[in-house]
Design a protein. Structure first.
Length: 134
């Protein structure tokens, strides 16, 4: 859903071809019906995207403000919360996938910390960009 949100809303913002955007949609959904993505692509209206993609408001708002990097960060934060919930449930296939994803998040956060240290990034700015603190 999060990547479908990114593709749909980005197409509104940048005027991508509707046919191309439709082909980019992942044909599985979680909280948002696939028909909602189709409506957004067809209408090209930001307000409709905000209305139909309500579970992903933070992601949608970041994209519409032109902050793709922060939108990707919000996607990772959302997935982090979902993975943490699966991790807490224990021994299932989703548990294994969650462990792998949580390792990826940890690696990204550690890389961000190292780069922030190297380039003297303010602590407040660094905290805004860490996935696990979102």
């Amino acid at each position: 859903d999060a990547l479908n949100c990114f593709n749909c809303v980005s197409s509104i913002l940048y005027g991508f071809d509707k046919g191309l955007t439709r082909r980019l949609i992942i044909p599985y959904s979680f909280r948002v019906p696939l028909k909602s993505f189709e409506k957004i692509i067809s209408s090209e209206k930001a307000e409709l995207a905000r209305e139909l993609l309500l579970p992903y408001t933070r992601i949608v708002n970041q994209i519409l403000e032109g902050n793709e990097e922060l939108a990707q960060l919000e996607i990772f934060r959302y997935l982090y919360k979902e993975a943490m919930a699966e991790f807490m449930k224990g021994s299932t296939y989703a548990f294994v996938i969650s462990c792998l994803f949580l390792c990826e998040v940890e690696c990204r956060d550690l890389t961000s910390i190292a780069l922030a240290k190297q380039y003297n990034v303010e602590e407040v700015e660094l905290r805004r960009r860490l996935i696990s603190l979102g």
